[in-house]
Design a protein around this ligand. Structure first.
Ligand code: VGL
Ligand code: ZN
Length: 203
């Protein structure tokens, strides 16, 4: 059985200068490339929203980015417009070795529903297909890196653990948005779910 490396949303809009920049988001690229080179199964995910997606604050009258609102019946943060399908901001970071990917999984493409996890949409029911892909590749363990640690990486890790994959998050390969204590909360949730928080390879 194999471990898959899942690189979450390492896209231009989540890096400094992007529409929903994660502090230091681009600093993880060299380590992520190194891990990709060594991984048995290599998956990249991409946040991939249609214009006017309901997770954008601009799609809700009177709401501003980082206010809370309802998207597909789910209460969540409303975001600045980001990762719009086909735009430069939705492209992978230019130095990410996307050529090494076995599989590229797009998520968040349903106009009225958001998708943090690489495994399920935010309704917690609609699958992305990743579980089937990994299982059919003989994967029983998942290592995660990417952006943002406290949003999509954490949601993906929690689902991976819940689905029965041995799951670790390689912390130096991640960066967080960390608003209102979201990072501490995400780390506690992952620990509680049996996700290993890995300090990464010795440099
Ligand atoms: C993400 C906020 C909105 C992420 C995606 O990839 O962590 N965060 N959409
Ligand atoms: Zn998004």
């Amino acid at each position: 059985m194999h471990e898959a490396l899942v690189v979450v949303d390492l896209q231009t809009d989540f890096c400094p200068g992007g529409a929903l920049a994660v502090p230091g988001g681009d600093a993880i690229v060299p380590l992520v490339n190194r891990l990709l080179g060594d991984a048995a199964v290599r998956v990249l995910t991409a946040d991939w929203h249609p214009p006017g997606h309901r997770s954008f604050a601009a799609a809700h009258a009177g709401k501003r980015p980082f206010d809370r609102g309802f998207v597909g019946g789910v209460e969540q943060v409303l975001w600045p417009e980001h990762c719009v399908q086909g735009t430069d901001g939705a492209a992978f970071h230019p130095r990410l070795r996307a050529d090494l990917a076995d599989m590229i999984l797009r998520k968040g493409f349903r106009p009225g529903l958001d998708s943090y996890s690489a495994f399920f949409e935010n309704d917690r029911i609609t699958p992305t297909g990743l579980k089937g892909y990994l299982t059919s590749r003989g994967v029983d363990a998942v290592a995660l890196v990417g952006l943002a640690l406290d949003v999509c990486v954490a949601a993906s890790a929690l689902d991976a653990a819940r689905l029965g994959f041995r799951t670790r998050v390689v912390l130096p390969g991640c960066r967080a948005i960390d608003r209102d204590g979201s990072l501490a909360k995400a780390l506690a949730a992952m620990r509680g779910a049996g996700v290993r928080l890995d300090d990464g390879p010795a440099t």
